[in-house]
Design a protein around this ligand. Structure first.
Ligand SMILES: NC(=O)c1ccc[n+]([C@@H]2O[C@H](COP(=O)([O-])OP(=O)(O)OC[C@H]3O[C@@H](n4cnc5c(N)ncnc54)[C@H](OP(=O)(O)O)[C@@H]3O)[C@@H](O)[C@H]2O)c1
Length: 363
């Protein structure tokens, strides 16, 4: 059986993924940098463990020597993806993670040629952001191949885990990001607000710098991409204020205090996860004004993330991917999202401007 190593296995999402991987018979090696916490998890789950930190590149490559695939759950990924990717390239190990951070995905894409040379798959963002959005983007591109603009959105506001809060704080200094003419462009935080119908009436959503700005472009080749998320009014105001607070938030001591404050919150409970859901929306438009809209509905973001990470990893371990940088839908096609339990769609909408009043999927 191929060997899987789960790095960051004792974090909030890492633990959910560890349990799911064990349930599916993947027999993962649990791994991370903290000896005590790792030992507790290893004893509890009765799995093998491997403690190593990411400070020394040689140690990382050595730790991965007998490993076929790493699934990295240790975020913020701006601190962990680079050393693990380099270790994987040296040891010939495939790499999967759950990042939603644009700079991280971009720096992994930069290692495409090196990964091809090493015969290694690098597949970031096997999570809520970006598996459903990436599959939706690919589906919209199939419906409108001449699309030049893509807008994607998610409506799933809920109490995030500590790690997600820390990652958002860490990335706060970068402001917002969209893709224009194929290139990333920095824009102010909460740059645009749009009323979006996610399938249950219009709701105000703001531009967010989520990883889909990277992956949807690499999957479809569409040059202009914006990503929106629904936020309640207080959060929208706070994010808009962030434009003026950005220089303060970038200061390390301020970030440390915010992380401490974030540390008082726990991740969503099992009950909350079971009741949660996410509504995903996407719109592709072409230069001649033609426009197509499609939607998806998924279970709770943390359930989707766990399912997506393990499903993608199973397929990488089975040798189904080419070497080099891969996106979820680029590697497995639009149908990947329907391998995740409880996902419904694609719900296709046709607008009066469209030539065909009924989408091909509904015919
Ligand atoms: N893309 C998506 O849709 C999506 C969905 C959910 C979560 N996420 C992301 O997944 C990440 C994890 O979330 P979480 O809730 O599980 O966070 P968490 O509970 O804080 O866990 C983070 C884990 O990463 C480890 N870690 C952090 N920095 C490290 C470093 N420099 N070296 C080694 N280990 C390090 C931590 O180990 P220590 O305890 O030893 O520090 C811990 O095991 C976050 O970045 C979050 O944004 C993404």
């Amino acid at each position: 059986m191929p060997t899987l190593l789960l790095y960051g296995s004792y974090g909030f999402v890492g633990s959910l993924i560890a349990n799911e991987a064990i349930d599916r018979g993947l027999d993962p090696i649990l791994a991370g940098r903290d000896r005590e916490t790792l030992r507790e998890q290893v004893d509890d789950l009765e799995q093998p463990g491997r403690r190593f930190s990411l400070d020394d590149p040689d140690t990382v490559a050595e730790a991965l020597e007998d490993v076929d695939c790493v699934l990295n759950c240790a975020g913020p990924f701006s601190n962990t993806a680079d050393p693990l990717v380099e270790g994987c390239l040296e040891s010939g190990t495939d790499y999967v993670d759950i990042t939603g951070e644009i700079p991280v995905i971009e720096s992994i894409e930069d290692r495409d040629a090196a990964a091809e040379g090493a015969g290694v798959t690098l597949l970031p963002s096997a999570a809520l952001s970006t598996v459903p959005m990436d599959c939706l983007a690919a589906h919209l591109h199939e419906r409108l191949p001449e699309a030049t603009d893509l807008a994607l959105g998610v409506d799933s506001f809920r109490v995030p885990s500590i790690g997600t809060v820390r990652t958002v704080i860490e990335g706060a200094e970068d402001g917002g990001t969209i893709r224009r003419d194929g290139h990333l462009e920095n824009v102010p935080t909460a740059w645009r607000t749009r009323e979006i119908d996610f399938g249950r009436g219009e709701r105000p959503a703001i531009t967010m710098p989520m990883g889909d700005v990277s992956t949807a472009h690499y999957t479809t080749g569409i040059p202009n991409v914006e990503m929106y998320a629904v936020m309640p009014q207080p959060a929208r105001t706070a994010l808009k204020l962030h434009r003026y607070l950005a220089p303060v938030l970038a200061v390390k001591p301020v970030q440390q205090v915010l992380k401490l404050l974030a540390g008082v919150r726990e991740g969503p409970s099992e009950r909350a996860r079971e009741r949660g859901s996410a509504y995903i929306w996407g719109e592709a438009t072409a230069d001649d004004g033609e426009r197509v809209v499609s939607r998806l509905r998924t279970p709770d973001p943390y359930i989707v993330t766990t399912d997506a990470a393990v499903t993608v990893t199973e397929r990488v371990l089975a040798g189904e991917t080419d070497s080099g940088f891969q996106t979820p839908a680029g590697a497995f096609g639009t149908e990947l999202v329907f391998e995740l339990e409880g996902v419904e769609g694609f719900f296709d909408e046709s607008t009066p401007e469209e030539t065909s009043p009924v989408s091909p999927l509904l015919q």
